[in-house]
Design a protein around this ligand. Structure first.
Ligand code: ZN
Length: 238
């Protein structure tokens, strides 16, 4: 893991110049990965929370935390228990800060500009087995991540005035008819209203069907991904 941490270009990641300190990200992650007790884990945690991955005093999250998420989950899995608890605490803070932020976006394998909260939620879902074993904190983190749902469209066809889209749902689709962001071919479009026609079945398969009004099937043709619109920046005043 130390090699992988060293291979990341932390200096090249964006972040507010007055808050993000790339050297703290690399040093803090290395220290957390090799921590053998409470004091070392706490010192590493201070580096990471004080400008490395987040800036806890101002509640700011940096794109670096998305890059660091697989390392933090690996530390929670294989590291010293105190280091693991620190890693999960950092992920918790980062998701909380990012959920409030919305304007900080990162590239993911499926879209070019995803809010940090949703990108973090993907990583947390990837560590679901680990988090489920981590008592109340792990379960709460998973539940928080589930609010950042994601729908990967596999097939879209015309139905009435809109489109029926089949695909895979990750996370928990909210009650009602939420607004969504459509990410497709490097573009982001706003969808005012998405209806869940068929939720995933209880057998654990993610297959679901959504209905979207006022779009053409080709506008939703795969590969296309929907995420919650509420994760983006809220409406500006005026
Ligand atoms: Zn989100």
């Amino acid at each position: 893991m130390l090699e992988a941490i060293g291979a990341v270009d932390w200096d090249g990641l964006p972040g507010p110049v007055d808050l993000y300190e790339p050297a703290r990200a690399a040093t803090g992650l290395r220290a957390l990965a090799t921590a053998t007790g409470l004091v070392q884990a706490a010192d590493a945690g201070s580096l990471l929370a004080g400008g490395g991955l987040v800036h806890d005093h101002s509640g700011t999250v940096f794109p670096a935390v998305v890059v660091a998420a697989p390392f933090l989950l690996a530390i929670a899995r294989h590291g010293h228990p105190e280091a693991g608890a620190t890693a999960l605490g950092l992920l918790d803070d980062a998701l909380t800060f990012a959920t409030r932020d919305g304007s900080t976006r990162v590239a993911t394998p499926y879209a070019e500009a995803v809010p940090v909260c949703c990108a973090l939620a993907d990583h947390l879902r990837g560590g679901a087995d680990l988090l489920a074993e981590r008592g109340r904190e792990g379960k709460r983190l998973l539940a928080d991540a589930a609010g950042h749902w994601r729908f990967d469209i596999q097939e879209a066809f015309a139905e009435g005035d809109g489109v029926a889209a089949f695909g895979a749902l990750a996370g928990r689709f909210p009650d009602g008819t939420p607004a969504a962001e459509l990410h497709r071919a490097g573009r982001v479009a706003a969808l005012e209203r998405v209806v869940l026609l068929y939720p995933p079945e209880a057998d654990g398969s993610p297959d679901a069907c959504l209905s979207v009004d006022g779009v053409r099937p080709d506008e939703l043709a795969p590969p296309a991904v929907l995420i919650p619109a509420r994760c983006g920046p809220g409406p500006t005043s005026g």
